[in-house]
Design a protein around this ligand. Structure first.
Ligand code: FAD
Length: 297
């Protein structure tokens, strides 16, 4: 028996982080908290909570992050976008996070509320994520993560310009870049290598999206520059009414991707959980990330 790179990876040298979104209802809040309870013993390096498009979840993001800080031992990160807000408003939000004990911000530009519209910065706002990072560092010494795009941001003129912009974010003080989801380990590893060759020293963390619903993912991927390969459609063909089989396939695909990334030297994986614990938990288990292990930093 020759272990695949994935199973060979079970050495306890892997860091993980989990991303959640703020719940809209009591029922969704119950699901989220059950997921956080399930994933917490895996000792993630951090957990993060997204900020709705155009700042639409400002209060709910704040309440969720604050509750994580208050009720768990988990290091919490708040996503913050600068679209549709003045610099003063953003600085106030950041200050209130700092006062609530939050030390880590995922700093994003965000998208305009109307789907597909061009991004036009406000005159009194932060122009882009690089300006936001610099602004946050003025407010307090936050740890800052930013976004990156292995398959290029749709608004970038070319891959080099996209990488130049990532370099600007890191030069402004970003500590790490978390990637958009992707399904080609090669695409990610090439991007990581190009970033290193460009002199970007910050850690580039792959964002892993376990997919159990291709149609939904395709709709989202259309707006964010991530390619969905044809083989994925084929794998899910005929399984519309077979949710358990879809879950198993989702875990298999994501585990294979993580194994290839591990073989390429990746030791930190960020999971887009969609507030569900099962898939992320199973993939972490395969990666050797076990409950109450010694936290890997
Ligand atoms: P930026 O990095 O500022 O810009 C995006 C791209 O535009 C750049 O890659 C670059 O190609 C180009 N660009 C921008 N400014 C310049 C410039 N001055 N010069 C040259 N090129 C430029 N959205 C939310 O609303 N809420 C969230 O919580 C959220 N979380 C996310 C988490 C992750 C890990 C990722 C990958 C994305 C997330 N997003 C979120 C989506 C994000 O807001 C969008 O992808 C948005 O279009 C770009 O945000 P950004 O921070 O990458 O912007």
């Amino acid at each position: 028996f020759e272990p695949t790179p994935l199973f060979a990876a079970a050495k306890g040298d892997i860091a993980v982080s989990f991303e959640f979104f703020p719940p809209k209802s009591d029922k969704m809040a119950e699901t989220l908290w059950a997921s956080i309870e399930t994933l917490a013993p895996l000792q993630p390096q951090f957990v993060s909570v997204t900020y709705g498009a155009g700042g639409s979840t400002r209060e709910r993001t704040h309440a969720t992050v604050e509750r994580i800080v208050r009720e768990t031992h988990l290091p919490a990160a708040a996503h913050l976008t600068c679209v549709n807000a003045s610099r003063g408003e953003i600085d106030d939000i950041a200050r209130s996070y700092w006062d609530a004990g939050v030390r880590h911000i995922v700093a994003l530009r965000g998208d305009p509320p109307e789907e597909g519209a061009d991004y036009v910065p406000r005159a009194d706002g932060y122009a882009d994520a690089a300006a936001l990072v610099a602004g946050l560092k003025q407010v307090a010494p936050f740890e800052v993560s930013v976004a990156c795009y292995p398959e290029m941001h749709p608004q970038a003129t070319c891959p080099e310009a996209d990488l130049d912009h990532l370099a600007r974010k890191v030069d402004a003080g970003a500590d790490r870049a978390i990637s958009q989801f992707f399904f080609s380990a090669d695409a990610f590893l090439r991007f990581r290598d190009r970033a290193a060759a460009r002199g970007i020293a910050a850690e580039i963390v792959p964002g892993i999206l376990p997919v159990s619903n291709v149609a939904q993912t395709r709709k989202f991927a259309g707006q964010c520059g991530a390619a969905i390969p044809d083989w994925m459609d084929e794998l899910f063909e005929g399984l519309d009414h077979k949710p358990a089989a879809r879950q198993l396939i989702a875990a298999t695909i994501a585990a294979e991707l993580c194994g290839q990334l591990y073989a390429g030297g990746i030791r930190h994986f960020h999971f887009y959980t969609l507030n569900r614990a099962e898939l992320a938990y199973a993939i972490c288990h395969l990666l050797g990330v076990r409950a109450d292990r010694k936290a890997h930093r």
